[in-house]
Design a protein. Sequence first.
Lengths: 397, 397
Amino acid sequence: MAAVEKFVLEGIIQLIIILAGAKFAGFVFEKLKQPKVLGELFVGLLLGSSVLGLIDINNEIVIFIANLGVIALLFEVGIESRVSELLRTGFSSLLVALIGVILPLLLAMIYGIYFLEFDTVKAFFLGSVLTATSVGLTVRVLQELDKVNSTEGKIILGAAVTDDVLGLILLSILVDIERTGSVVLGNIAMITALALAFLIASVLIGRFLEDKILRVVKMLKVKRTFIVAAFIFALFMSFIAIEIGLAAIVGAFAAGLILESKEHVEKIWEKTHVLTQLFAPVFFVTAGAAVNLESLFNLENIILIVVLTIIACIGKIVSGFGAFREKASKLAIGYGMMPRGEVGLIFAQFGLTAGLVGEAFYSVLVSVIMITTFLAPPLLKAELEKFYGKNKKKSGK
Amino acid sequence: MAAVEKFVLEGIIQLIIILAGAKFAGFVFEKLKQPKVLGELFVGLLLGSSVLGLIDINNEIVIFIANLGVIALLFEVGIESRVSELLRTGFSSLLVALIGVILPLLLAMIYGIYFLEFDTVKAFFLGSVLTATSVGLTVRVLQELDKVNSTEGKIILGAAVTDDVLGLILLSILVDIERTGSVVLGNIAMITALALAFLIASVLIGRFLEDKILRVVKMLKVKRTFIVAAFIFALFMSFIAIEIGLAAIVGAFAAGLILESKEHVEKIWEKTHVLTQLFAPVFFVTAGAAVNLESLFNLENIILIVVLTIIACIGKIVSGFGAFREKASKLAIGYGMMPRGEVGLIFAQFGLTAGLVGEAFYSVLVSVIMITTFLAPPLLKAELEKFYGKNKKKSGK
């Protein structure tokens, strides 16, 4: 059977299992009106070593494909992020985002240091995981209720972009901490400045070199192979980000931001989406497969999950009140910011890969991420219906 | 920098180099009106160990991605192959295909056994490489001259599909020979029967279960993620093919044949094409990178290249006369069948991977493939213009 090397055959088998599992989960969870990413995590859990043992999470090809998936995903998020809109929603979004990042970070760090006896590095990591926001789900709920363009919708979307940027900065700080092994305030300031500078420079380059880039792109456009250039660009920016000490996905996100305002952007998005559809599930299924189910079945870890879930929820619910100047449901905004989804998972996976946490604590974190993601949609829906039901009577709208 | 494991970073760097090289080659070779695949081979040669040494052809991730690219490519070829059309062009196409496969196979085997003192296995491999036909190029030339629907065009396309099937059978025979280490006629008959049965069964299943498959597919269709199902299917069929002892790409091709007549096929093709655009170049660039340039610079190998090129050209040019019943340029048909392109490369790579030939002989084969691919378009163009120029005067058409 040497027509195909053994590792190639193994890679193909792993891909078939993972993708078929993800597809099945997507089907079932869509029927259950639950987010697909939850389904992929559950299927991963089922196929992973905890239950069926069909997925080899240490297979290098699987890990690489998962990484490509995350790069494609963040590239897509970058393409979708409208910098101009972010600047327009302004103050309220910024406040919501900042509270929603700082509050869970601080609460989790305090809990980690004083109750779990974590060192600063581990506590900072714990806090970072809980800061993430994944509004993909929220957007779906808002669309369902036709509320994407409501005040709540705009503030949530604006805050989510800010959150992405803040999250990427936190992740870059973690990369640095992992490398140096300690939390040095000077380093944190430098990494923050570097990440911000990288992103701002990307946006500015995108704005000012727009015409020149377009001309080169048009010249190099060989019969609809634009996606190849776009993908090379995303990989290259990820590489640059890694080289200057930031997280790879900061680069992919920046690449997306640069292309955001360009021609063909719809086409690029559509074609990148093929990659995201195929490869991002590999990340989420393997993230689920890395969970050690057994380690969750003890009182200590169950308490951990409950406390961290409460911190995660409170942090984001309070953040909604950052929009105090707006006539909108602050609770709905808070609920909308609650799901940690894929962003939280990228953090948790980083911690596991870098050895900041063990399998058991990783499993706790994934559980917390799943619970917040699971709780948010019904809470948001109920609150919006209640709030607009009331308002409808008052304003007759 | 442990945010990304070392092998992931290396994989990203290799992908950037390979894809950027392929993109550049595509740009330059399109300007030169030469086929992109030639450009990718040249760039591979340049980036490979012979010259710049930037590509690591033993990197497992690169090899895997190259394999995914070939699977996507043959899946695409399968989707494009209209079985009905193949049956319509009928007898002439079949004869052209058979002569074009048998003649170079026999000539090369005779040359290999009597002049190069090859054993039967190696001689059979040599012959197989020279049987391949890659009409992608030919189609482009025909399009340029608006002759896709001419008699020549139809016969070439029909023969090319037959050739693909014959080629896949030959490759499966090679897989078996490599495994057992000897040429046993009984085995060859069995593998041929197995491969034919696999392909025919695939087509029949596709025809008769059409409605049922469509119903399942529609049921499982989760928000435009049809490409995931299609890709899983291609991987799964490749896996089945490997397991029953055929070449992986036979399965990918069969998967394409099954989907050929289905709804959404345009969409699947378009999305599969994203994968082909991204990953197939990885195969061709690494195929070029595996060439040892130095080994070509000696009289013995130059003679080899010349003789094998002559055999490869004669075999296909003679095959054109298989269309003796048609009022068409037999020479044009022969020239159209000449390029070995990607199919020949898949064969050559197999031989290198399986250890049937060494680096030097592999380099000779790639040279022959490149020369036939390079010669065909200008010859075809000149002949068609000459033939139709004459006919125009006669028939006033």
